[in-house]
Design a protein around this ligand. Structure first.
Ligand code: SF4
Length: 331
């Protein structure tokens, strides 16, 4: 039985997930001299059928989190439960079988599609690799998938360069859907697209979610991009999740100083309200994940920091009603 919380079924449970990339020195004999802590002790759940937005600046570890959940990177520490199966301990055939149920949509539809393969082969490849369909059945399934994402089913023999950016992203979506997954990590799927096309891709993802009961981890670099699509939103900073709650709560009552700063930069449609609110400009750069500061990771840029912030890492706690925050000032 999968864990239930608030009547919702947990599909993915991430516990203390860590992904460190070693830094090595030496030409002949390589020595490990440190580690980039891309994901550093991250815990959260994703409920079946929801969209969890994962937001943060580039380099904060959000893509690495998505890839480590799917075991495209093996974790340095921690566990990832899909239903009740711990993916972090699976290998070989059992892992491959679980992977069918979890897919990824990539940021750059130009780079993620093989330019020498036809659209039919790109979308049909997973069907063949997993022995699901070959020959005529495969072709029919590919055409069905093309229609599902709003593309002409007779485009199977065309190549990626014959499509626009938005259409290429639809091809990426069709490929991700080929094996009828339950869970899709959408890794900045709209960031590389024109603003006019972004809403179309978001609408497509929502339609498909409703149709097939899909669960999404939707990664984006700014809060305005996940506002429409997410049920809950997690904010990430320097390898850690600093705040996680439902969408309305996050946008109306942000608690973590970093979330407050990010939200202050999100444009709001009302020009009067927009001109009256206070913008928080963060000073300095994000520290290197190879050398995070002692104490709170945000302490070097936080305008609210107190002494304890420079010494102790704040725990990530439930501050009420499923609103999680990691800040010494928020109880
Ligand atoms: Fe700022 Fe301290 Fe809270 Fe970190 S723990 S976000 S430094 S107030």
């Amino acid at each position: 039985m999968s864990e239930h919380s608030n009547g919702k079924e947990v599909l993915v449970r991430v516990e203390g997930l860590k992904k460190y990339f070693p830094i090595t020195r030496g030409v002949v004999i390589q020595r490990e001299v440190g580690a980039v802590k891309a994901v550093d002790d991250v815990s959260f759940t994703v409920y079946r059928g929801e969209t969890l937005g994962l937001v943060g600046e580039s380099g904060c570890g959000k893509s690495t989190t998505g890839r480590t959940i799917l075991q495209l990177y093996r974790p340095t520490g921690g566990n990832v439960f899909f239903e009740d199966v711990n993916l972090a301990t699976l290998k070989g055939g059992p892992l491959r079988r679980m992977r069918r149920r979890m897919q990824m949509i990539f940021q750059d539809p130009y780079a993620s599609l093989n330019p020498r393969m036809t659209v039919g082969n790109i979308i049909g490849e997973p069907l063949e690799v997993h022995g699901v369909a070959t020959g005529k059945a495969r072709r029919e399934r590919v055409q069905e998938l093309l229609a599902l994402v709003g593309l002409n089913p007779y485009f199977v023999n065309r190549y990626p360069h014959e499509f626009s950016g938005g259409q290429r992203q639809r091809i990426g979506v069709a490929r991700a859907l080929a094996l009828q997954p339950d869970f899709i990590v959408c890794d900045e799927p709209i960031s590389a697209l024109d603003v006019s096309i972004q809403a179309q891709v978001v609408n497509l993802l929502e339609d498909l979610q409703n149709k097939f009961g899909l669960t999404y981890l939707f990664i984006a670099h700014d809060l305005s991009m996940v506002r429409h699509i997410s049920d809950r939103v997690a904010v990430m900073y320097l390898g850690k999740i600093v705040e996680l709650t439902d969408r309305v709560e996050l946008y109306e009552r942000p608690q973590h100083p970093y979330t407050v700063a990010l939200l202050s930069a999100v444009p709001i449609p009302d020009p009067i309200a927009d001109s009256q609110r206070q913008r928080i400009i963060l000073e300095g750069d994000v520290p290197s994940p190879a050398n995070p500061p002692p104490g709170c990771n945000f302490s070097t840029r936080c305008w609210k920091a107190i002494d304890i912030c420079f010494e102790q890492d704040p725990p990530f706690i439930d501050i009420g009603g499923g609103h999680y925050c990691a800040c010494h000032l928020v109880k």
